[in-house]
Design a protein around this ligand. Structure first.
Ligand SMILES: NC(=O)c1ccc[n+]([C@@H]2O[C@H](COP(=O)([O-])OP(=O)(O)OC[C@H]3O[C@@H](n4cnc5c(N)ncnc54)[C@H](O)[C@@H]3O)[C@@H](O)[C@H]2O)c1
Length: 364
């Protein structure tokens, strides 16, 4: 019989309460390798206790206990789901203990930390997986397959426009994300999802960006937005990829509905995706010389349109080998680098190169 996968959680907040804790307590329709929770670590011991209480056998602990837990239990998997600025130290600690680690997106809140993690993952015998869960959504896997099959030839240009609905957007301006020093701004904590999808779909790296970041709606000191909020709510960027593809990226944050429209223009056709983040189905439209094909892709049940459950099922085999669509640390570092370069470009008013993580195997 396969032994259960032992899991240690770091961070007992929303992401853990909505996904990792229900997974470990058997509340999700998860049918993969059995799992066994070991511990929940959080700076807020009450939060850790609340989560641990629902996980049979799990203890609640503070960060100072982490070294002892890692060496004593040698978990098969450490999940890091803290605010973004705390990812780096926990990932380094877990890798140093030889534990395979799943870190939530974004890999880190700064390019320096993201590159440090990519380098650490490159030399560690333990695997580092990054929770870019949108890779696991059925419609996104479908797009990747269509592009990899060359259905629209070589992608030359793309438009990607994400709209945050206003209540979701407002939450970024009231929670920890509002501080650039913690989240890296929406260009990192939110756009990393979309930048990662583009890197994965295009199979190439973002190499230069011209950004224009503005704050148009959620003004610090107004409307319950704390005065220390220093992030932007409207992002525009022109991103160039190593393949020669140019992407117009926009994120706006006062919409009624949440999701995106993306159009990819290729040498042999056009592929459009309409992704509804809150209700389905998603729409794909493929226009090639052989005709126009419009398909509805059913929305799957569960958080993030079924992506989270698929990601959990993909975890056990990915612990030891590079299987499944998990983002590597180097790919995830590149999304952080593209987001921070967007910000730097907006500040200096110039197109900027996007630094690439220096690792032995390249970004793929
Ligand atoms: N993949 C996705 O779709 C998705 C969705 C939501 C959040 N996230 C990511 O998950 C992570 C957690 O986000 P969240 O919404 O759960 O945040 P949250 O604020 O709800 O929870 C964070 C938890 O971490 C704890 N914490 C804060 N600093 C800590 C530290 N230094 N050490 C240990 N614990 C600490 C807090 O006490 C809190 O319990 C973030 O990286 C976020 O970007 C990803």
């Amino acid at each position: 019989m396969t032994p259960p996968l032992t899991v240690l959680l770091i961070g007992a907040g929303t992401r853990t309460r909505k996904l990792y804790a229900p997974w470990l307590s058997g509340l999700l329709p998860y049918q993969g390798r059995p799992v066994r929770p070991l511990a929940v670590v959080d700076t807020d011991l009450d939060a850790a206790r609340t989560v641990a209480a629902a996980l049979p056998g799990a203890v609640a602990a503070l960060p100072r206990d982490l070294d002892g837990l890692l060496s004593g239990h040698r978990p098969d998997l450490v999940v890091v789901a803290t605010p973004d600025d705390a990812h780096r130290d926990y990932v380094l600690q877990a890798l140093a203990a030889g534990c395979t680690t799943l870190v939530e997106k974004p890999l880190a809140n700064t390019r320096q930390d993201a590159f440090a993690l990519a380098r650490a993952a490159d030399v560690s015998p333990a695997r580092l997986l990054v929770g870019h869960n949108l890779r696991f959504t059925n419609v996104h896997a479908h797009v990747r397959a269509l592009l990899a099959d060359g259905r629209i030839g070589t992608v030359t240009d793309a438009d990607f426009h994400y709209t945050l609905n206003s209540s979701h957007a407002r939450s970024y301006f009231t929670r920890w994300h509002r501080a650039r020093a913690v989240s890296g701004g929406l260009e990192v904590t939110k756009a990393s999802h979309h930048l990662d999808l583009l890197t994965w779909w295009l199979g190439s790296q973002p190499v230069a960006v011209t950004g224009l970041l503005e704050r148009r709606h959620y003004r610090p000191g107004h409307d319950n937005v704390p005065a220390d909020a220093d992030i932007h709510d409207t992002l525009r960027a022109l991103i160039q990829y190593s393949s020669g593809t140019t992407v117009h990226y926009t994120l706006t944050s006062n919409a009624a509905a949440e999701g995106y429209i993306c159009t990819l223009y290729g040498t042999d056709g056009v592929l459009s995706i309409r992704y509804d983040a809150r209700s389905g189905p998603h729409t794909l439209r493929l226009n090639t010389r052989s005709g126009d094909d419009r398909r509805l892709v059913g929305r799957e049940d569960g958080t993030h349109a079924g992506a989270d459950l698929r990601m959990l099922h993909a975890l056990p085999p990915a612990l030891t080998s590079a299987t499944g669509p998990f983002a590597t640390a180097a790919e995830a570092a590149l999304s952080v680098a593209a987001g921070t370069a967007m910000y730097d470009s907006s500040r200096c008013g110039r197109r900027l190169p996007i630094p690439q993580p220096a690792i032995s195997g390249g970004t793929r």
